[in-house]
Design a protein around this ligand. Structure first.
Ligand SMILES: Cc1cc2nc3c(=O)[nH]c(=O)nc-3n(C[C@H](O)[C@H](O)[C@H](O)COP(=O)(O)O)c2cc1C
Length: 404
């Protein structure tokens, strides 16, 4: 399996046939890779007239296959090996000709042969002129494939390359990649399908002057792991991140901010329709009263900086009239349980995950342990990697959410 987290259908065979929309399959292959799949492209011989195999090879990093009678690959029955490898087959674009031969059970190209040999699910994204699509022969073939359990994605209605307008366009690559993602989640039973979540992560930097700031040691790793775990469970995930040097979790919309007030504004801008809010960022409680326009010069032996309070993001979200399920984090160096329970009550939130900050645990570390409290219960999540911990926390949130 690749690095797709819970997208358990990792190995995708992308079949490309000879239609104008073949050029869009290049973008589709890129999106599938970005989504965490391993992608192997197989083209019909005709498809090579529309897009060069080098394009796919460069994007996927794998040699494109198109020849059935390929002495190099067939020494070890390459077509059967490929059929066994695939966990999902997506034909995009699927030409009328390809669909007809698939329905007839023909096997005169590598792609057709694979479709007969494969045990994985097959989805077809038809793309053709609207009159071709409306032709009873094409409709008959499509319905037949559907009856055999194949999934038909599209076509879309709109402008066509030939100048016509109507049904027949291939669904856009983004739409197809989203369909595959939804398919993966529904087949693996993602517990956050249809839910919108917002996660904050990382530190905030509160500027003193153009070169200095007051920050903290949060690495953002826990919040990023939570965003990934939620996305893997099918959540529509927005991640608002302070200044950290981390890859955006797959499938998440990321918004970068620097200061607590920017984070507050970004959260408030995106909080509408959010079902779950997880405030994992280490937001500065205070900021310098003002940021000086020029670098502060060394002067007296002492210097005073006046700090003023930042808005409390978690409390503000929890106080909204139509508020989401709210989860807070408490990083403490002492009296963990007492402080965490007090924060749960004071901020009127639904759940709090408390972690003891110490050596090899908490900030900057790859591992952590959490003590999670909600109104009627608590659970100790023992020390482990932040990604495993995130999955367990997400499971707890899901349990509590589904109680309501
Ligand atoms: C310029 C051009 C564009 C074509 N576009 C399409 C198309 O969008 N959809 C389609 O079903 N056939 C289209 N065709 C016809 C197919 O390329 C043809 O039926 C071919 O045999 C399909 O081969 P394949 O299914 O093995 O890839 C087009 C043909 C040409 C010459």
């Amino acid at each position: 399996m690749g690095n797709s987290g819970n997208l358990r259908l990792s190995r995708v065979l992308l079949g490309v046939t000879a239609g104008i929309a073949a050029y869009k399959a290049a973008e589709l292959s890129r999106l599938l890779i970005k989504q965490g799949h391993q992608v192997q492209v197989v083209m019909t011989p005709g498809a090579k007239n529309f897009v060069h195999e080098l394009t796919f090879q460069s994007i996927t990093g794998s040699q494109v296959r198109h020849m059935l009678f390929d002495p190099a690959h067939e020494a070890a029955m390459g077509h059967i090996e490929l059929a066994r490898w695939a966990e999902f087959v997506l034909i995009a674009p699927a030409s009328a000709d390809f669909i007809a031969k698939l329905y007839a059970g023909m096997a005169d190209t590598l792609l057709h042969t694979l479709c007969l040999a494969v045990q994985a699910p097959i989805a077809i994204a038809p793309a053709m002129n609207r009159n071709m699509w409306a032709n009873p022969a094409v409709q008959h073939n499509i319905m037949g494939l559907q009856q055999r359990g194949m999934t038909i994605w599209g076509p879309a209605v709109g402008d066509q390359a030939c100048g016509d307008v109507g049904p027949g366009r291939m669904l856009e690559p983004l739409e197809l990649s989203q369909r595959l993602k939804d398919y993966c989640h529904s087949s693996t039973g993602g517990s956050f399908i249809g839910r919108k979540v917002l996660v904050t992560a990382g530190p905030t930097y509160e500027p003193l002057d153009p070169v200095r700031f007051i920050g903290n040691r949060s690495s953002g790793k826990m919040g990023f792991a939570i965003a990934q775990a939620l996305s893997d469970e099918g959540a529509d995930t927005v991640l608002i991140a302070g200044p950290v040097n981390l890859m955006t979790p797959q499938g998440c919309q990321r918004i970068n901010v620097q200061t607590a007030r920017q984070m507050y504004d970004a959260v408030m801008e995106h909080i509408q329709d959010i079902d779950v809010f997880i405030g994992c960022a280490a937001v500065a409680d205070y900021r310098p009263e003002m940021m000086l326009a020029n670098k502060i010069k060394k002067g007296d032996a002492e210097m005073q900086i006046t700090l003023v309070k930042n808005p409390d993001i978690l409390q503000s979200v929890a106080a909204l009239p139509k508020r989401p399920f709210c989860v807070g984090f408490a990083a403490e160096t002492e009296n963990l349980e007492e402080y965490a329970k007090a924060k749960l009550r004071a901020k009127n939130i639904d759940m709090i995950a408390a972690n003891q900050v110490g050596e090899d645990q908490g900030f900057e570390s790859d591992e952590n342990a959490l003590l999670v409290f909600w109104l009627e219960g608590e659970k100790q999540l023992s020390k482990q990697t932040k990604s495993t911990l995130a999955k367990q926390l997400v499971e707890l949130v899901s349990e509590q959410l589904n109680k309501d």
